[in-house]
Write a protein that binds this ligand. Structure first.
Ligand code: NAP
Ligand code: F7E
Length: 325
C-alpha cells in the first residue's frame, strides 16, 4: 500500500507539532502549511524539520490553498490553523472571522475542487458551548459562544457539517476541550502559570498577575488529543466528536498544584488583575467524551496533576538549560 500523505495547516502550532510527531510514527508523509513570515518560527517542529515537507500558503488566500492541495495530493487534511487566543478575538474580530470561519470554507473548497475523496478534520472548540446549556457538554449540546473566537468556530463547525451533507465529503469536526503541553503558547493560562512558577523558583520573577481564578476548564494533554483527531479520520463514516477528559478544575486549583510542585506557596506571588478579566467569560466547561470512547476507543492517558507537573518540570528544565537562573 502507498504511504499515506497528511497535509496539516497550523503545523508550527502546539497541536500541529504533536500531530506531525504522531503521523511520522505511523509512517505518513507529512506536509505542513506555513505562512510567509520575515523570520522562521519553527521552534516546535525543529526536531522533525528534516522529516517533513513545508509549503507556503495562507488561510486568507484561496488560490494558495487550491494549489497546495492539488499539488501535494494528500489523503487526509487536518485544518488546525487559526487565531486561537480568545482575548485577541475581541481586539481583532474581523481577522479572527477571516482565519477561523471563512478560512475553513476556503480549505473545504480546495478539497472539493482538487479531490473530494480527501478526508478532512476541522479543529472545532468547546468555546462554541460558551454559556453552557447543559452539563456535561456533548455532541448534541446547543452552542452559545461568548467571544468572537467562539462565534467564528461555530461557523467553521457548521460549514464542515454542511459540506459533508451537501457534497458527501468525509469531513469531521473534533470539538476539543482545552488541551495543553510544554509546547503551549505562553499567553494561555496553564503555560503562563507553569512558566511563571519556574521563573519565580529560579529567582527571575516575583509575581504572577492573573484574571479570573474561578473559571473552570476540562484540561487534557495535547499529545492525547491529536490521537483522537487521527482516529476520527480512520472510521467507516465521518462524524463529529467531543474530545475531553470528563473532569474539571478551577484556575485556582491549577495555580495551587503548579506552585506546590515547585515547593512554593501561591498566595505569596499571585496578584489578581482586573485588566485580565474578559468582556464575556466562559465560566465553566466540562466535556462528556463517551461517544469518542465508544466509537473511537479513545481515552486520555495523562491526568491533570501529571500534566501540570510535566509543564512545570519542562519550564524549569528549559530555563536552566538556557542559563537563565
Ligand atoms: P496554536 O498553537 O495557536 O497554533 C495555531 C497555528 O495556526 C499556528 O501554526 C499558526 O501559524 C497557524 N496560523 C494562524 N493563522 C494562519 C493563517 N492565516 N494561515 C496559515 N496558518 C495560520 O493553536 P493550537 O493550540 O495548536 O490549536 C490548534 C487548533 O485547534 C486551532 O484551530 C485552535 O483554535 C483549535 N483548538 C485548540 C484548543 C486547545 O486547547 N489547544 C482547543 C480547541 C480547539 P504561525 O506559527 O505562523 O502563527
Ligand atoms: O483561558 C482564565 C480565563 O486563555 C482559560 C484556547 O486554546 O481553549 C483555549 O481557550 C481560562 C479562562 O484558554 C488568566 O479567563 C485567568 O477562563 O488558557 P485560556 P481558553 O480561553 O479557555 C479553547 C478550548 C480554545 O479553543 C482556544 O483556542 O483561564 N484566566 N487568568 C486566564 N487566561 C489567560 N489566558 N491569562 C490569564 O492571566
Amino acid at each position: 500500500m502507498a504511504r499515506p500523505t497528511a497535509l496539516i495547516t497550523g503545523i508550527t502550532g502546539q497541536d500541529g507539532s504533536y500531530l506531525a510527531d504522531f503521523l511520522l510514527e505511523k509512517d505518513y508523509r507529512v506536509v505542513g502549511v506555513v505562512r510567509r513570515s520575515s523570520t522562521e518560527n519553527f521552534s516546535r517542529i525543529e526536531h522533525i524539520r528534516d522529516r517533513i515537507e513545508l509549503e507556503q500558503a495562507d488561510l486568507l488566500d484561496q488560490y494558495s490553498l487550491i494549489e497546495i492541495v492539488g499539488r501535494t495530493r494528500p489523503s487526509e487534511v487536518y485544518n488546525l490553523a487559526a487565531m486561537s487566543f480568545v482575548p485577541t478575538s475581541w481586539t481583532q474580530p474581523v481577522l479572527t472571522a477571516e482565519f477561523d470561519a471563512v478560512g475553513v470554507v476556503r480549505v473545504l473548497e480546495a478539497i472539493r475542487l482538487a479531490d473530494p475523496t480527501i478526508r478532512f478534520y476541522q479543529a472545532s472548540s468547546s468555546e462554541m458551548f460558551g454559556k453552557v446549556r447543559e452539563v456535561p457538554q456533548r455532541e448534541s449540546t446547543p452552542f452559545h459562544p461568548r467571544s468572537p473566537y467562539g462565534v467564528a468556530k461555530v461557523y467553521g463547525h457548521c460549514i464542515t457539517v454542511n459540506y459533508r451533507e451537501s457534497y458527501d465529503l468525509y469531513a469531521c469536526s473534533g470539538i476539543l476541550f482545552n488541551h495543553e503541553s510544554p509546547r503551549r503558547g505562553k499567553e494561555f493560562v496553564t503555560r503562563k502559570v507553569t512558566h511563571a512558577v519556574a521563573r519565580i523558583k529560579l529567582g527571575l520573577a516575583s509575581e504572577l498577575r492573573l484574571g479570573n481564578l474561578d473559571a473552570r476548564r476540562d484540561w487534557g494533554f495535547a499529545g492525547d488529543y491529536v490521537r483522537a483527531m487521527w482516529l476520527m479520520l480512520q472510521q467507516k463514516e465521518p462524524d463529529d466528536y467531543v474530545v475531553a477528559t470528563g473532569e474539571q478544575h478551577t484556575v485556582r486549583e491549577l495555580v495551587e498544584l503548579a506552585f506546590e510542585h515547585a515547593g512554593l506557596d501561591w498566595r505569596e506571588y499571585v496578584v489578581q488583575d482586573p485588566a485580565l478579566m474578559r468582556p464575556a467569560e466562559v465560566d465553566t466547561l466540562l466535556g462528556d467524551p463517551s461517544y469518542a470512547r465508544q466509537r473511537l476507543g479513545w481515552s486520555p492517558e495523562v491526568s491533570f496533576p501529571e500534566l501540570v507537573r510535566m509543564m512545570v518540570d519542562s519550564d524549569l528544565q528549559q530555563l536552566r538549560r538556557s542559563g537563565a537562573s
